[in-house]
Design a protein around this ligand. Sequence first.
Ligand code: AMP
Ligand code: GLY
Length: 433
Amino acid sequence: MNVLVLGSGGREHALVWKLAQSARISRMWVAPGNAGTALERLAGSGASVENVPVGADQLDALLEFARTHRPDLTVVGPDNPLALGVVDRFQAAGFRIWGPNQRAAQFETSKAFSQDFMERHGIPTARSGTFTDPAEAKRYCASLGGRCAVKADGLALGKGVLLAKSVAEAERAVDEILVDKAFGQAGAKLVIQELMEGMEISLHAICDGRTAKLFPTSQDHKRSHDGDTGLNTGGMGTYSPAPFLTDAELDQVGDKILRPWLAGCAADGIDFRGLLYPGVMLTAAGPRVIEFNARFGDPETQVYLPRLENDLLDLLEASVDGTLDRVTLRWSREACVCVVAAAAGYPGPVTKGQVITGIDAANALPGVKVFHAGTALKDGNIVTNGGRVLGVTAMGADIAMARTRAYEALSKVHFDGMHFRRDIGSKALAACG
Ligand code: AMP
Ligand code: GLY
């Protein structure tokens, strides 16, 4: 079978690496991929994975590629092509593609859509309001005592959320998004949520329109620096499992969110085939959904897929075909930790093209896999090509061992300006005493 994967980040390298283990795949392309995806080989045919120089959001060029090369399945990594309707376009042209269609992807592309859906279908979330008028928005912030999350409605590269703890901060946030248009059209509408307190975890569920299968827990580290300080980023590291819930508690949390979500999708005629990724706050009053994403998390994928024992192609096909009820997810009991190595300046602008050394030495350590996030090949070298550069990932008997291995692997890797958090997984270690 021939598979086309869309995207170029660490999530996509992890997807490609896991799919490459499927004996049924004889050819795989990645558009556009990175230096890491091009180094993967297919277990089934021994062939190399092929990078294709087409951006994941260049829909016309992707369709032209598909018409020429006839992939049997296309797998969408990032949110942008989903927002642009890549699934609808591919399906209309007769191609099989994994990911939610444009309507279903609204769970991620519109926070106002998600918030309205959650309220109508009884999914636990923050108290919230949706606004286009700054004065009304500010009145609502004041009614929350200024303690709120002010969110641009649309996609804003993970940056459209401002947290406020006073009325003055909240008013500044409203002005920034609604008046100064700091996030462009994404901020034409605002969702304001009460500020929630508690432990934040990531949930993932693979869905086929009728059935949702919950993954184990994981936790991301969104701030750029240790101790959750610094700017919000796409994610500086992850680990799985997150030991704040027992398996039984996780099932209950999943049930509180996924059961009404599935019922709501059925009632509203939304056919969600893809990955639902709720960000969840474990508050004193119970779990609350912070937001929904409609794709795999990055870097959550880098810790989930090494733990996944199923063939990923089987899962994605069951998700497309509506047969997930027949699938049992199987997970390694080992833990997994991923530490992101970022370029100087990230999450702001970065310089590209720094030579990276030590990846092979890191990969040679037990349990270690270095996923490439922002890398390219240049003159025979692997060079930096983005803000998040590598996801250095390790499996181990528990979080402590996986973490020791990941940091040891990271110590082998070098590029000018490399920075990373030194506290990935420390909340898990604290919880385990
Ligand atoms: P989002 O993009 O909606 O996930 O928001 C980005 C980050 O802001 C989340 O990962 C949380 O850490 C934080 N956040 C968002 N909404 C809230 C909220 N209502 N209460 C507390 N923290 C929040
Ligand atoms: N882990 C953050 C994200 O994928 O949005």
